[in-house]
Design a protein around this ligand. Structure first.
Ligand code: AMP
Length: 394
């Protein structure tokens, strides 16, 4: 995978179409978290320091191909100007002439790409038009790379293209986790359902040495082997698939760690009365009982495993982490992974929406080697899929 980076491009005097992820959360027209804007500053400043002029291509929310003033990128201009410390010129009607009139040290921002239905359909006419606006294309929005859109894939095929800094960091982290990891490599895959992580599990068991299965999906694996788990979250339709994943893991020498104890309750609520019980394929819970978290012995198993790993991929919580005390296993195990990372014995790469929330709750996001906020794109990479936005840069 030898995509070009900003360092490989001659940027002096060039207009650089730069696909960024500034899809920030907003409330009543105010940005509630500007992290995504702050993170792209390195790429913007680098382009400018090399004599290039960035033209930002981005989206906000889900306008579904229609103009929606509430999702206009114009409202981000003041924050962009403060962050980049330069004027930001906004337009919903760009042309090369209009762009050429602007000072070369300014940043230009085009209106929400997804206001135009041709964006998500990757219509060639839109990509061709965008290509007339710039000389070089730089993609710094890894989170959009699993989609073939005009501003991620179409235009990349028409102009000399490269990856921005954030994209480079993300790709290097993902490569170090799965393509070329220090071994042994393990993964924690938790969360609600096997069905949403089927392809992830199927890909991982072929590539890694140990797989920890947690959360609601562990219930499906235990039930598939005979356990009766009362009202626990589980997917009976997936018992065959769960057994086939276990068989593949066995054939591929991937060790599976399933919970051997769990915290159960009859009520799905914070501080509900609960107890820890042993879990195995013979377990029979009462109809109203449910497993809501891994137990202490399982957590110890997981932490012991971390001690022998060199690389760890983490996606999904080990229990219903939003409600105490069913966050206990996720908190303890993620803090242990963070401590091993800090001591230099473990590379930790995590991603996926709820995973970031769980690691935030544990206060370990900054201690993991890399935490990806690109939900869908992170998962598709881990599923072994070719991401069109990355392929288009090659
Ligand atoms: P996912 O989006 O698939 O990563 O799933 C995350 C969700 O799974 C979180 O909302 C957790 O509360 C939920 N979850 C994890 N384990 C359990 C469990 N044992 N029972 C019910 N919900 C769970």
């Amino acid at each position: 995978m030898n995509w070009k980076t900003l360092d490989d491009m001659e940027l002096n005097g060039k207009r650089v179409l730069t696909r960024v992820d500034i899809n920030v959360p907003m409330e009543n027209g105010h940005i509630t978290d500007a992290t995504r804007i702050e993170r792209i500053a390195t790429t913007i400043n680098d382009i400018k320091s090399k004599g290039g002029s960035p033209i930002l291509l981005a989206h906000l929310g889900r306008p579904n191909g229609k103009v929606n003033p509430k999702l206009s990128l114009q409202q981000l201009v003041p924050t962009l100007e403060i962050t980049f410390k330069c004027p930001v010129f906004f337009t919903d009607n760009p042309s090369r002439d209009w762009i050429n009139e602007k000072p070369s040290d300014a940043v230009i921002l085009l209106e929400n790409m997804r206001f135009n239905e041709m964006e998500e359909q990757n219509t060639p006419a839109l990509a061709q038009f965008l290509a007339t606006l710039g000389d070089i294309f730089c993609n710094d929005a890894f989170s959009t790379c699993h989609r073939s859109h005009a501003s991620t894939v179409g235009v990349a095929k028409l102009l000399p293209s490269c990856a921005g800094h954030l994209m480079q960091i993300e790709l290097n982290a993902l490569k170090s986790a799965l393509s070329n990891p220090l071994r042994p490599v393990g993964a924690v895959v938790g969360g609600a359902k096997v069905s949403s992580k089927l392809e992830l599990l199927q890909n991982l068991v072929k590539k890694i040495d140990t797989l920890v299965i947690g959360g609601g999906m562990a219930n499906t694996f235990l039930a598939a082997q005979g356990a009766e788990l009362g009202s626990s979250l589980q997917e009976p339709d997936l018992h065959n698939i769960a057994r086939s994943i276990l068989a593949t893991a066995d054939a591929e020498n991937c060790r599976i760690i399933l919970p051997r104890d769990g915290r159960i309750s009859t009520i799905f609520a914070a501080h509900a009365p609960n107890k820890i019980i042993s879990l195995n394929t013979q377990t029979q819970l009462k109809p109203d009982e449910m497993v809501l978290d891994a137990g202490d012995k399982t957590t110890e198993d997981i932490i012991t495993e971390f001690r022998s790993l060199k690389t760890l991929i983490w996606n999904g919580p080990l229990g219903a982490f939003e409600i105490e005390p069913f966050n206990t296993a996720t908190m303890k195990a993620s803090k242990a992974a963070a401590a091993f990372t800090l001591s230099g014995s473990l590379i930790t790469v995590a991603g996926g929406g709820d995973t970031v929330a769980a690691l935030n709750q544990a206060g370990v996001v900054d201690e993991f080697s890399y935490v990806s906020t690109a939900g869908g794109a992170f998962l598709e990479w881990m599923e072994g899929k070719k991401l069109p936005g990355i392929a288009a840069l090659l």
